[in-house]
Design a protein around this ligand. Structure first.
Ligand code: XBP
Ligand code: MG
Length: 247
């Protein structure tokens, strides 16, 4: 039976490359405080809010669900955009200051994958600036170039769990989903990858442990648990056979 050869790895960012969500949460709260809003997203609330991917969308959702006093506001999307812009600046300053590290195994696996000739890409809902700042602060500025394609933020209209960002990345790579393996930390990410026909492995993160990862090939606590290129190829081999023969 023909199976597509593994050609590319597509990484999620938040929760997969690094445990970023606490830094995001703190940046959101600092923004709210600076704007004179008495909003505070504690850990439990933030866990629930993470069901809505994208910071701007998360703010809008929160206003609609929990802030009825703002429902008469003439431009809620504009307000959410302004708050999110400020939050991104705060988050970028934190990350650029070197206060976040990559998760265990990430740097090693990226190096091994590059040495093995696997192509690398990113598919995330977070802003491009956040991604390049994280890569620069942890691996050095040149590491941005290791990723042939970076699909981020508003590049597509519908964020995860919609498959759009993964489909966009596949288009840019010129690959079929069956030729790739996605690495994700959340159920929303798993749904997005599977929706684009990409087999996916989960590395659970602080905010996603215990989620339903149905459809994923495997679930590991981090990428230092026996995850090397051979294991990636083995996982990929477990996925459904390629639709087209001979690939
Ligand atoms: C991550 C997100 C992002 C971050 C915040 O999801 O949902 O919204 O929480 O980043 P994933 P922004 O890991 O599935 O991409 O504020 O830049 O959206
Ligand atoms: Mg994630």
């Amino acid at each position: 039976m023909n199976r597509a050869e593994l050609r590319a790895l597509i990484f999620d960012v938040d929760g997969t490359l690094a445990e970023t969500e606490e830094a995001h949460r703190i940046a959101f709260n600092a923004t709210f405080f600076a704007a004179g809003l008495d909003w505070h997203w504690d850990v439990d609330l933030y866990r629930r809010l993470l069901a809505v991917t994208g910071g701007r969308e998360r703010i809008l959702h929160y206003i609609r669900e929990a802030r009825p006093e703002l429902h008469g506001h003439p431009d809620l999307p504009g307000l959410a955009r302004a708050l999110h812009h400020d939050k991104t600046a705060r988050y970028v300053a934190t990350v650029a200051g070197g206060r976040l590290a990559l998760r265990p195994g990430v740097e090693r696996l990226l190096g091994e994958a590059r040495a093995a000739g696997l192509r690398l890409a990113i598919a995330t809902t977070t802003s491009l600036e956040n991604v390049t700042t994280l890569l620069g602060a942890t691996l050095g500025a040149e590491s941005v170039g290791w990723f042939e394609v970076i699909g981020a933020g508003d590049q597509v209209a519908a964020k995860k769990p919609a498959p759009d960002i993964y489909r966009w990345v596949l288009g840019e790579l010129g690959l079929e989903g069956t030729q790739c393996l996605a690495l994700e930390d959340s159920c929303n990410g798993v749904r997005a990858a599977l929706g684009a026909g990409i087999p996916v492995v989960v590395t659970t993160s602080a905010y996603t442990t215990g989620e339903d990862f149905g459809g994923a090939l495997d679930v590991v606590p981090d990428l230092d648990h026996g995850v090397d290129v051979a294991r990636l190829r083995a996982w990929h081999g477990m996925a459904a056979p390629a639709a087209a023969s001979g690939v």
